[in-house]
Ligand binder design. Structure first.
Ligand SMILES: [Zn+2]
Length: 80
């Protein structure tokens, strides 16, 4: 079982939300933040099942990593 205690929050590098990095949960630009490279966000507006002691709630972010292109001929436009 994975627990989301203060350790994971303290170990990571938090990026405070601003106009360049809005909250991925509520799109707010003040008070919220994201945890760099960890796929978590702290949102002060949108509740989750993981409230934080410091305020707000912890949210899991789905990160869509770019897949390496296997084609040798470079990038190809996406086709619907
Ligand atoms: Zn937020």
């Amino acid at each position: 079982m994975v627990r989301y205690g203060p350790a994971v929050l303290a170990a990571g590098e938090w990026i405070n939300a601003d106009s360049d990095h809005p909250c991925p949960i509520c799109y707010g630009v003040e008070g919220c933040g994201t945890l760099r490279d960890e796929g978590y966000a702290r949102c002060l507006e949108w509740p989750s099942e993981r409230p934080l002691v410091a305020g707000g709630w912890l949210h899991r972010i789905e990160i869509h990593r770019r897949q390496p292109v296997s084609a040798s001929s470079g990038s190809r436009p996406a086709v619907d």
